[in-house]
Design a protein around this ligand. Structure first.
Ligand code: ADP
Ligand code: MG
Length: 262
């Protein structure tokens, strides 16, 4: 059964979508089967994976409101190598429409259950807020990946997110764990970056990924070609950093198993 990871942070522009696309492609490069769920009405993960968001016949919206089976809304990407459950602006309406539906927080969880065996990893790209869509992602996930920029206000936003995760764990999804905090757009020459980074490690210890994602122009360019950096320029620093992150994630995942067999 695939591991479901919600990539979330209520702050916009911290690298959630970039992380989803490039981690998905890196996991594929290491022969894992991956589904990327775009849960942001902006549809950036959809476009960045080479899927035209305005030409979708079916999207995650239809799945959430029960208009279509998840298998029919998932599509293969042409070059990125993973499957995607795409999104577009229709999803904005889901936030309101979900409120009137039964099990409104669990609809994504129930849908993903049907396809979980087909994948090794399912990554969910969350919108930049702690709304009903994000609640659905957290209710469906086994782990949360939190991308963050090491800047002054980063830690402040983090406590609200950790509180939310705690509440979801209590009432909806007891198995939910913080899988890891990911430092993105990292610039080691910046003193503040280093300070915030040190504070993070102090608070969260080994839940901070060792891999850091550098600021890299290829990561910013690749989406306009509808490609992950791994495909657009696989030797770029950005692509290599996400490949290292995939390795770290896989090792973390496989560790308990090794311990049992040892
Ligand atoms: P979010 O999904 O959290 O809103 P994005 O992944 O869309 O954030 O990133 C915000 C912007 O920063 C995008 O234009 C993206 O291309 C750029 N970006 C993200 N990560 C990097 C990076 N490591 N280096 C350079 N640009 C980046
Ligand atoms: Mg995004």
């Amino acid at each position: 059964m695939g591991k479901i990871l919600a990539v979330t942070n209520q702050k916009g522009g911290v690298g959630k979508t970039t992380t989803c696309i490039n981690l998905a492609a890196s996991l594929v490069a290491t022969k894992r089967r991956v589904l990327l769920v775009d849960l942001d009405p902006q549809g950036n993960a959809t476009m960045g994976s080479g899927v035209a968001k305005n030409e979708l016949e079916r999207s995650v919206y239809d799945v959430l409101i029960g208009e279509c089976e998840i298998e029919r809304a998932i599509q293969a990407t042409e070059q990125a190598g993973y499957d995607i459950l795409p999104a577009n602006g229709d999803l904005t309406a889901a936030e309101v429409e979900l409120l009137d539906l039964s099990s409104k927080e669990k609809r994504l969880a129930y849908a993903l259950r049907k396809v979980q065996d087909n994948y090794d990893f399912i990554l969910i790209d969350c919108p930049p807020s702690l709304n009903m869509l994000t609640v659905n992602a957290l209710a469906a996930a086994n782990g949360v990946v939190i991308p963050m920029q090491c800047e002054y206000y980063a830690l402040e936003g983090l406590s609200a997110l950790i509180d939310t995760i705690g509440r979801i764990t209590e009432v909806l999804n007891p198995g939910l764990e913080i899988e890891g905090l990911l430092r993105t757009m990292y610039d080691p020459r910046n003193g503040l970056t280093n300070d915030v980074s040190a504070q993070l490690t102090q608070h969260f210890g080994d839940r901070v990924y060792r891999t850091v994602i550098p600021r890299n122009v290829r990561l910013a360019e690749a989406p306009s070609h509808g490609l992950p950096a791994m495909v657009y320029d696989k030797q770029s620093k950005g692509a290599l950093a996400y490949l290292a992150l995939a390795g770290e994630l896989i090792r973390k995942q496989e560790k308990p198993r090794q311990a049992i067999s040892a």
